[in-house]
Design a protein around this ligand. Structure first.
Ligand SMILES: [Zn+2]
Length: 227
């Protein structure tokens, strides 16, 4: 790599040091070491496939993705999730992948949907059919993180609709999974059309504040190797 490359490549979004990829080697190693050892991480009410827990470097990475315009982080996380999916789901399944959409207003503010960046890269890795516009948010909703679980559920009632998607089973993709209320609302829209939800793929699993004390400290001794 010549001096010009060092000058042109953007620095690591997590530590501002020089990076030869999206993250510097150090941050990338830490993010990969934080991968959860179980795939899926949970099985009810849906199989939930997460890269890691919403803390530490992964939490900062998602913050940069959502609020600092670091779109490339979405592509990297989607790629990692996709390669993990390929490793564990060897049978080719006819699933449709739908990102959880933002409302039009927020999409315009941000300029992109972070979940769609993740699902795009995920589908490039897995070969699953990507329909980024398949699910639409038809109602603006209050920011979920400001609400308690019951309010979250009510906030999202009737928030989603489908746009001409096939009747094959669906995988939903989002950046963070907390209480599942967003997914539940999206599943209502799918159920109305008789389409089964077979799983949820997210970058990070967060715990709602109220149950924080009950989280067991997980052990992630052997991060899965990445292809
Ligand atoms: Zn770094």
């Amino acid at each position: 790599m010549g001096w010009l490359d060092w000058w042109i490549l953007p620095p690591c979004p997590l530590c501002q040091r020089t990076a030869q990829a999206v993250f510097c080697q150090d941050c990338q190693r830490k993010l990969q070491a934080d991968q959860v050892a179980t795939w899926p991480i949970e099985t009810t009410p849906w199989p939930l496939y997460a890269w890691g827990l919403h803390r530490g470097g992964l939490r900062r990475a998602i913050y940069q993705l959502k609020y600092e315009g670091q779109r490339r982080i979405g592509s990297v996380l989607g790629e990692w999730l996709g390669s993990c999916w390929r490793k564990h789901n060897r049978q080719r399944q006819p699933f449709t992948v739908l990102p959880i959409p933002l409302h039009q207003e927020r999409l315009q503010q941000r300029g992109y949907n972070q979940a769609a960046l993740i699902s795009q890269a995920f589908c490039e890795q897995t070969g699953l059919r990507h329909l980024p516009q398949g699910l639409v948010r038809i109602r603006a909703t209050a920011a979920q993180h400001e609400l308690n679980p019951l309010q979250r559920q009510q906030n999202l009632l009737g928030a989603f609709a489908l746009q001409s998607i096939p009747s094959t089973p669906v995988l939903l993709v989002d950046d963070i999974y907390t209480t599942g209320s967003t997914i539940r609302a999206a599943e209502q829209a799918l159920a109305t059309a008789g389409i089964p939800l077979v799983g949820v793929v997210v970058a990070a699993r967060a715990q709602p504040a109220a149950t924080q004390a009950q989280i067991p400290t997980p052990l992630w001794p052997t991060p899965l190797p990445l292809n």
